[in-house]
Write a protein that binds this ligand. Structure first.
Ligand code: ATP
Length: 557
């Protein structure tokens, strides 16, 4: 017979029948009753505890902070509350303790234990640390564990709207190192999708790569230029690019300010033209209704015509198109030209002096106004200070060739460098080094009076020496940024020069005719905006100085 367990909660069994086991003693009965009572209490306690646990769990799944985070509906200009978003670069001691709201990119997130998340928010070049701490139920600003979980899963680069309180802090990992924000609300306004590369990889300092070369535990991937240009929008968000394009804008501003101050007028000349302006070989042809048109290779002829139209001093900032299959570090098929032209009184050096003063205003302006940007850019693209002397070296072409010959420079094929040779890129760079040595480290200089053979037909010959023209190039770190000259303003002489160079004057009729109405003597020059930016910062490739570069192999994005 199997043994039946005795239910401790039941009263003791009745006395067994005659012949069965002996009846329990009184004390045994008492003991069993006590045990039964104890067991009953334990069961009641267990039931109570189970009930409490269930209540606790139910309470925990209620998220008191659910209104403090989440994805916002599509922004359709639904309301206008007059809120002012905080700008990171304006945070000051006066903001400490203040309730703020801002919009930023989610740069990075990191959980610290179970109850805290560190966030990095980014506005252009500035990053601000955010701290999200799980709060007690009684806190006025609820931060729940669900909110922590949400914060950690917001995709990097999403646009978030954050509310919180600015606190004084010591932060190493952000650009803002003396403040942080204690986050109370976190909403995603626009969610970013899969990224082509991480911001950390795209923004990494060159010094970190150097360190990694010496330490096998450090491994960083470089994002190459092609990948960056393929995903330019993402690439442009890096601090270095934010700084580069602020400086590009700065150059245009400084150019305008300086020339406006000298009485120049800003002009806008057509980019669609009926004939190739300078050379048929490097012009883009486009369909123009039933016929064809050409994209302007420079505003050369139009700006001269403005001088013939008595505008005296003009400048333009506009695109220039070159159909040259030049796949180099400094050529693009579309670039921004900074062009100027002015009537002269006695000598073309008046124009050269204006250009020199304008370029110096740009260099000094960049140094004075963009110190912070230069520092940011140099972390990714290390470069030496750009040296500008008070008195710009002006070297005549024949003197430049002599310097090169004396230093042993040759033609690319190894033959001797001729006195009137066109300088190769290598020889130009070599000249840059020689000038730097000879002229107190100068990175900026002018070469004047070029041989006429390789200057455009409209360059004015030097009096007494028809083999050279009143024409100059300007260099930064050994590479050309500007070409300019005094132009021929006499229509008969211009026609003669055109014929001498084997060109057809009929194709340049409009241009020559402008001078038939009488035009003052004038000179000017054209600068490539991206080249100035690239050489000033030592970026190594012109594409880094162009928002969406166009070259023989790239037409998008
Ligand atoms: P390079 O000899 O370097 O090809 P260039 O003599 O053809 O230049 P110009 O036609 O005189 O140049 O143009 C004036 C300025 O315009 C140049 O000094 C340079 O700053 C800029 N520039 C010319 N071509 C390009 C190009 N393809 N891409 C970017 N900038 C250019």
């Amino acid at each position: 017979m199997s043994e039946q367990p005795q239910n401790p909660a039941q009263p003791p069994a009745a006395a067994p029948a005659e012949g069965g086991p002996a009846a329990p003693s009184k004390s045994e009965i008492k003991k069993r009753a006590k045990e039964a009572e104890k067991a009953k209490k334990a069961a009641e306690r267990a039931a109570r505890e189970e009930e409490e646990r269930r209540k606790r769990e139910a309470a925990a799944s209620v998220d008191n902070a659910s209104q403090n985070y989440g994805k916002l509906p599509l922004h359709q200009s639904q309301e206008r509350l007059g809120r002012q978003y905080l700008q990171f670069d304006k945070i000051s001691d006066a903001d400490v303790g203040k309730q703020v709201v801002f919009r930023a990119r989610m740069h990075n997130t990191r959980a610290q234990g179970a109850k805290m998340v560190f966030l990095q928010f980014r506005q252009q070049t500035e990053t601000l640390q955010g701290v999200l701490v799980q709060s007690k139920d009684t806190d006025e600003h609820q931060v729940s564990k669900q909110m922590l979980k949400y914060a950690i899963t917001v995709p990097a680069e999403s646009i978030v709207i954050v509310e919180g309180v600015i606190k004084a802090a010591e932060v190493k990992s952000c650009t803002i190192q003396t403040y942080e924000v204690s986050v109370q609300k976190l909403y995603t306004a626009v969610e970013a999708q899969t990224l082509p590369f991480s911001m950390a990889d795209a923004s990494r300092d060159e010094a970190d790569f150097q360190k990694a070369e010496l330490d096998e535990n450090l491994q960083y991937s470089r994002v190459n230029l092609t990948t960056r240009l393929d995903h330019r929008v993402m690439d442009l968000r890096t601090p270095a690019n934010q700084a580069i394009f602020r400086m590009q804008s700065g150059i245009c501003q400084l150019f305008r300010d300086h020339l406006n101050g000298l009485g120049f007028v800003e002009i806008h000349t057509p980019k669609l033209q009926g004939a190739a302006t300078e050379s048929g070989a490097s012009v883009f042809k486009v369909k123009y209704f039933e016929g064809e048109a050409f994209l302007a290779q420079s505003p050369q002829l139009a700006k001269q015509m403005c001088i013939a139209a008595d505008m005296e001093r003009v400048y333009e900032i506009a695109p220039v198109f070159r159909a040259e299959n030049s796949n180099t570090h400094r050529h693009m098929t579309e670039f921004m030209g900074l062009d100027l032209e002015m009537a002269i009184t006695e000598h073309y050096h008046e124009a050269l002096e204006v250009i020199d003063s304008m370029l110096k205003a740009i260099f000094h302006g960049l140094k004075g106004k963009f110190g912070k940007e230069i520092e940011v850019i140099r972390r990714q693209f290390p470069s030496e200070d750009f040296v500008v002397l008070d008195k710009t070296p002006i070297i005549e072409f024949k003197e430049a060739v002599k310097m090169l010959q004396e230093a042993g420079a040759t033609e690319s094929d190894g033959s001797a460098l001729q006195d009137n040779a066109d300088l190769s890129t290598e020889n130009e760079k070599f000249l840059g080094k020689l000038v730097k040595e000879k002229y107190n480290g100068a990175d900026y200089y002018i070469v004047d009076k070029f041989p006429s053979d390789f200057r455009p037909f409209y360059s004015m010959p030097t009096p007494g020496n028809p083999a050279t023209v009143n024409s100059y190039d300007i260099y930064m770190r050994g590479e050309e940024i500007l070409s300019g000259a005094q132009r021929i303003h006499d229509p008969e002489f211009l026609t003669q020069r055109i014929k001498e160079l084997g060109m057809n004057p009929d194709e340049l009729k409009d241009y020559i005719d402008a001078f038939r109405l009488g035009c003052p003597p004038h000179a000017g020059g054209g600068i490539g905006l991206e080249r100035v930016l690239m050489f000033y910062l030592g970026l190594g490739n012109i594409r880094r100085a162009s928002l969406f570069p166009r070259d023989p192999k790239r037409l998008k994005p």
